[in-house]
Design a binder for this molecule. Structure first.
Ligand code: ADP
Length: 296
């Protein structure tokens, strides 16, 4: 039902009292290694909800790559499209200070080697999918090729993260373009921002996507289409860790759209999934089952 095209990273996390300055060494906590990356996160989130999900991604022929593949398979993701080799698995080196602030260095590694040719070689995955969901932690030309390879009637969902300027061809395919506040501002660039998120949604919609979703954390999300702009309220929960909430939201939305939900209904479901995801620590580890979503 759902094909996710995107990144797979090992998140290497160390807690520190304070960050080292240039030339300095500090001691930190034990290392924690978590499967992550926006593509891998989305695939696990969707599969855990019960979606038939495949991932098109690239990892290295190394221990981190095996960790990521194991996590995908344990969640029930079809990993036939997870290619191995070409560079080391992508890594995010994360230090967390006592206030909970992160500093992150990302090495894209194999994610940077997922090519347009890899997309063309995955034609059967495209034909088997009602929805294709992508992000921007892989080369932009690979995302462009994905848009060109969509089967007739297949819906395309894009979370442009990390944000960068998008070609009109990609914007026009998005249904929806899903951005948080930071990504909305980055994509709008120097354009006048108007009076707030509803205006951002309208301005983004005028750039060509068929629909736009602006996620607003604990404030919920705005959905914008030719029918207008509507607020989907957030579900009130005790947030423990918001890491990966946007990926869970996007995966749930993409899957529900493929199942025939209207945009506002799919976003309401995705909002419940995002809320469930913030009630536990971590990203993939925190993604809910349908029972957990229903119990909110
Ligand atoms: P990102 O992780 O990309 O920055 P957001 O923080 O906007 O994305 O979160 C995505 C969605 O997850 C939100 O639109 C909302 O539905 C849900 N969500 C995120 N944080 C919370 C929260 N603290 N309480 C309830 N829902 C939340």
């Amino acid at each position: 039902d759902l094909l996710v095209i995107g990144s797979a990273n090992a998140d290497l996390v160390i807690g520190v009292d304070r960050r080292p300055g240039p030339g300095e060494t500090v001691l930190g906590s034990d290392l924690a290694v978590h499967p992550g990356g926006k593509g891998a996160n989305q695939a696990v989130a969707a599969a855990r909800l019960g979606a038939r999900t495949a991932l098109l991604a690239r990892v290295g022929d190394d221990a981190h790559g095996r960790l990521l593949l194991d996590a995908q398979r344990a969640a029930g993701v079809d990993t036939v499209g997870v290619l191995v080799g070409g560079a080391p698995t992508g890594v995010a080196l994360i230090t967390v200070d006592p206030s909970g602030d992160n500093s992150i260095v990302v090495s894209p590694g194999a994610n940077g080697k997922l090519t347009p040719g890899d997309v063309r070689a995955a034609g059967s995955l495209f034909h088997a999918s009602r929805v294709v969901s992508a992000q921007l932690e892989i080369p932009l030309e690979t995302v462009v090729e994905a848009v060109r390879n969509l089967a007739p009637g297949t819906r395309f969902v894009l979370n442009p993260s990390p944000p960068r300027p998008l070609p009109p061809e990609v914007l026009a395919a998005c249904d929806p373009l899903i951005v948080n506040e930071h990504e909305a501002r980055a994509i709008l660039g120097d354009a006048p921002l108007g009076d707030g998120p509803a205006d951002w949604a309208r301005i983004l919609l005028a750039r060509g996507p068929r629909s736009v979703v602006v996620t607003l954390g604990a404030q919920g999300a705005l959905v914008a289409s030719a029918q207008g702009v509507a607020l989907v309220p957030a579900v009130l929960v005790d947030a423990v860790d918001t890491t990966g909430a946007g990926d869970a939201f996007t995966a749930a939305l993409a899957w529900r759209l493929g199942q025939g939900d209207a945009l506002a209904d799919a976003a309401a479901y995705a909002s419940r999934v995002g809320a469930a995801a913030v009630t536990k620590a971590g990203a993939q580890e925190a993604y809910p089952t349908p029972e957990e979503v229903a119990a909110l």
